[in-house]
Design a protein around this ligand. Structure first.
Ligand code: A3P
Length: 291
């Protein structure tokens, strides 16, 4: 069914004008998902694709296991913190008792409304959109479902015009910016890269969790780029041949900030600046700790 949908729609399920990747997602499910009930003890990770979502999820899993890597080494990441927009993930979440880790890329206006009535803790991850663009380009060209760009130039056009997977980055980010709400924490990929330890401690405070120094050290080790890259439960190599076409392909590409400088031309960076400075003008600049 997914393959059939992918062929029909360039790899996307179009739902309310937003292109969702067909992977484990159907229009019927996106409609049914609206009735999902969030609980106060849930923790939700939300981000635009390629913001470092899986890194944050790995950190959350390790916070919940108190730095013990057994869970992250034995259960695929998409089952530890399932995606509410995926049929398989939804089923796991519905049947799960107690606190749940939940992941999503769904834009806020299509999100299950129960989130606004619950005290679910929401961690919203942002990243320099130029790096999102570069990361997205290299991921979609090895992916099996989504329409593949023929070149970075072409992908640049799609991205800057808002025809990106999950729609327009600027609209998406603007709408999810719920800074100031008691149960929302905004974290950036850049600050995580710069000082992972402090950001993990901030996340722990937000969640009301405490890690002993050795637990924190273990968390930092097991969520590091090198260790995650080798962990088949986190690097998506289990989905080679299904999600990822390339036989060497992995979600873990470079794991750095600022790689856009190696790929975008000066002219492209200027176009980017113009478009995004205009679109993001209403938001506090300190939320965007990148040049
Ligand atoms: P790059 O393609 O720039 O390397 P997502 O999980 O939202 O799909 O984001 C994927 C991006 O997060 C990739 O970026 C990937 O390398 C990066 N990433 C994943 N785990 C990471 C880690 N432990 N440390 C740093 N970056 C990580």
């Amino acid at each position: 069914r997914y393959r059939e949908l992918a062929v029909m729609s360039d790899g996307y399920v179009w739902f309310e004008g937003i292109p969702f990747p067909v992977v484990d997602c159907t229009p019927e499910h996106l409609r049914a998902m609206q009735d999902f009930v969030f609980k106060d003890e849930d923790v939700l990770t939300v981000s635009f694709p390629k913001s470092g979502t899986n890194w944050l999820v790995e950190i959350l899993c390790l916070i919940y296991s108190k730095g013990d890597p057994t869970w992250v080494q034995s259960v695929p990441i998409w089952e530890r913190s399932p995606w509410v927009e995926n049929t398989h993930g939804y089923q796991i979440l519905k049947d799960k008792e107690g606190p749940r880790l939940i992941t999503s890329h769904v834009p806020i206006h299509l999100f299950p409304k129960s989130i606004f009535k619950s005290k679910t803790k929401v961690i919203y991850l942002i990243r320099n959109p130029r790096d999102i663009l570069v990361s997205g380009y290299f991921f979609w060209i090895i992916s099996k479902f989504v329409k593949r760009p023929e070149s970075l130039e072409q992908y640049f056009e799609w991205f800057t015009q808002g025809y990106e997977t999950l729609g327009n980055w600027a609209q998406y980010v603007n709408a999810w910016m719920l800074e100031g709400q008691e149960n929302v924490l905004i974290v950036s990929y850049e600050e995580l890269k710069q000082d992972t330890r402090s950001v993990v401690q901030k996340i722990c405070r937000f969640l009301g969790k405490k890690l002993e120094p050795e637990e924190l050290n273990s968390l930092l080790k097991h969520s590091s780029f090198q260790v995650m890259k080798e962990n088949k439960m986190s690097n998506y190599t289990l989905l080679r041949g299904w999600l990822i076409e390339d036989k060497n392909g992995s979600l873990m590409r470079k794991g750095i900030s600022g790689d856009w400088k190696n790929h975008l031309t000066v002219a492209q960076a200027e176009v980017f600046d113009r478009i995004f400075c205009e679109k993001m003008a209403g938001l506090p600049p300190e939320l965007f700790p990148w040049e």
